[in-house]
Design a protein around this ligand. Structure first.
Ligand SMILES: CC(C)(COP(=O)(O)OP(=O)(O)OC[C@H]1O[C@@H](n2cnc3c(N)ncnc32)[C@H](O)[C@@H]1OP(=O)(O)O)[C@@H](O)C(=O)NCCC(=O)NCCS
Length: 195
């Protein structure tokens, strides 16, 4: 995927996730979450080259942190359509792995719990949302389609579709009736017909 296509996709993800988002130009200029993600993408490419490239990768990451208040280690692995809303105070550690369509709010830490080298940061599945101020700590896995509540502290693995709240976070599992009902094509009414 070309750099331009990826930028377009990021802008569209920002529009999808933030009802306050207006034009692409405005989003590209004022959304620090996107600036941090674009800096991360550049830094990550350098990081993967290894050796002497890792110093400039860290330098870009720290420069982006100074500008945006968002610290993403260039070694982290992050999927497509990632979005950080508001952003200030977000920290994403070196061995974090993030799936596609993940969204973080301000003050989120995806951090380690030990000083040991190797995998020590969380893995988030696809379509996970992490609320403001939440901490997800250690080499744990949060399953796809889960939500971490604001200010939760998550220190254990969680299966898909979890809703994690509190300190330490507990899984308030989604009841079947809380899932979005599948639309029966026979009953679907196109809203455009009322326009
Ligand atoms: C955790 C969360 C995903 C749950 O959403 P939901 O499934 O719609 O849950 P509800 O709002 O119906 O609340 C369900 C229960 O969880 C409780 N709850 C909701 N969020 C909570 C939180 N962050 N911490 C502790 N309890 C929480 C509610 O009080 C309610 O408890 P009750 O059943 O005893 O009444 C959501 O509340 C949340 O925290 N989202 C993050 C939003 C955010 O960070 N916004 C920042 C914008 S700048």
């Amino acid at each position: 995927m070309s750099f331009i296509s990826r930028v377009r996709e990021d802008l569209s993800a920002a529009r999808d996730h933030d009802p306050a988002a207006r034009s692409n130009t405005e989003i590209a200029v004022v959304y620090s979450g996107l600036h941090a993600i674009w800096a991360y993408r550049l830094a990550h490419r350098l990081w993967l080259k290894g050796g002497a490239f890792q110093f400039p990768a860290r330098a870009i990451s720290q420069f982006a942190r100074a500008l945006t208040g968002i610290e993403i280690h260039p070694g982290a692995t992050i999927g497509r359509r990632f979005f950080i809303d508001h952003g200030m105070g977000v920290v994403i550690g070196e061995t974090t792995e993030i799936g596609d369509d993940v969204m973080l709010y301000q003050g989120v830490t995806l951090g380690g719990q030990s000083l040991a080298k190797g995998k020590r940061h969380p893995t988030l599945g696809d379509r996970v949302t992490v609320g403001a101020g939440a901490k997800v700590l250690g080499a744990i896995t949060i399953g796809s389609d889960s939500a971490v509540g604001s200010n939760a502290v998550v220190v254990r693995d969680a299966p898909e579709n979890s809703i994690l709240t509190g300190v330490p976070a507990r899984d308030r599992r989604r009841k079947p009736e809380e899932h979005e009902p599948a639309v029966d094509p026979a009953e679907y009414i196109d809203p455009a017909m009322w326009i």
